[in-house]
Design a protein around this ligand. Structure first.
Ligand SMILES: C[S@@+](CC[C@H](N)C(=O)[O-])C[C@H]1O[C@@H](n2cnc3c(N)ncnc32)[C@H](O)[C@@H]1O
Length: 243
């Protein structure tokens, strides 16, 4: 499960174009809730840790989740990964006043360019759904984590209930691109219409839970708005990877 390589390229190009308006567009598409959800997700991690050595933000985008998490969890080193140079440049501007050592790396989380067992907390905010293959990506993330390291996911959800799924499909297919297009006055080139493609390929919430539990111990799996958004806090199995 994930996006196929062709549409992934189109998606990344669309995200690159959207970089200057990404945060505003995401705020509109989420009906003003995106930052609240980032804070809710961060609360889950902050209940377990308030200080780490290495924080990893996979699919950092313009860096808003990194900013949000660093308000609650201090880190000496922050590594932000993204395939988009434009997103990384924007993150560099947005995070220039960070107290932590910031490393912005161009790459993908399917092949993370980091040594195994280097990360205490890995965060994925609305980015994991863009993985080319989610099932193959999760073990890669597990390898990155130190023993007992944590993974925090905030993602668009896909409920089990078919009727709700139908409503949410309509939302991502028609409503979200329309309201963003209208509010930000963007026409056909509207990058928010690609969310639908990634939504279609998302596993359902119960499938996602099963997939994660193959490689991690799930500490919290929360669904909001009847499964429209999910937050997951999971821990690396103690002693795996020889730890
Ligand atoms: C919707 S944005 C989310 C940005 C940010 N995390 C947030 O909370 O707003 C998704 C980000 O994931 C990045 N991305 C997409 N596929 C990726 C991959 N395979 N590996 C790493 N990052 C990826 C995109 O370039 C984009 O910056």
């Amino acid at each position: 499960m994930g996006v196929d390589s062709f549409s992934w390229k189109i998606l990344i190009e669309a995200l690159e174009k959207a970089t200057p308006i990404y945060e505003e567009g995401s705020r509109v598409a989420s009906l003003g809730t995106i930052q609240k959800f980032r804070e809710k997700a961060v609360n889950l991690a902050a209940e377990k840790v308030t200080r780490v050595e290495v924080l990893f933000d996979g699919g950092i985008g313009p860096g808003e989740m990194t900013k949000t998490i660093l308000k609650r969890v201090r880190s000496e080193v922050v590594i932000g990964l993204d395939p988009s140079t434009k997103m990384l440049k924007k993150a560099c501007e947005e995070l220039k006043n960070l107290k932590a050592n910031l490393y912005l790396v161009r790459g993908v989380f399917e092949y993370p360019p980091l040594k195994p067992e280097t990360v205490n907390l890995a965060v994925f905010s609305f980015s994991l759904r863009d993985a080319l293959n989610l099932e193959k990506t999760l073990p890669q993330i597990e390898k990155l984590l130190k023993p007992n390291g944590l993974m925090l996911i905030l993602e668009v959800g896909k409920p089990k209930n078919r009727f709700l799924r139908f409503i949410y499909r309509l939302y991502w297919f028609i409503v979200a691109p329309l309201i963003v297009g209208f509010k930000l006055k963007i026409g056909y080139e509207n990058p928010w219409r690609y969310i639908y493609q990634t939504y279609l390929r998302l596993p359902s919430n119960p499938q996602l839970k099963r997939m994660i539990s193959k490689n991690f111990r799930i500490l919290t799996f929360k669904e909001y708005f009847l499964g429209f958004v999910v937050t997951v806090l999971a821990c690396k199995f103690r002693g795996s990877n020889g730890g």
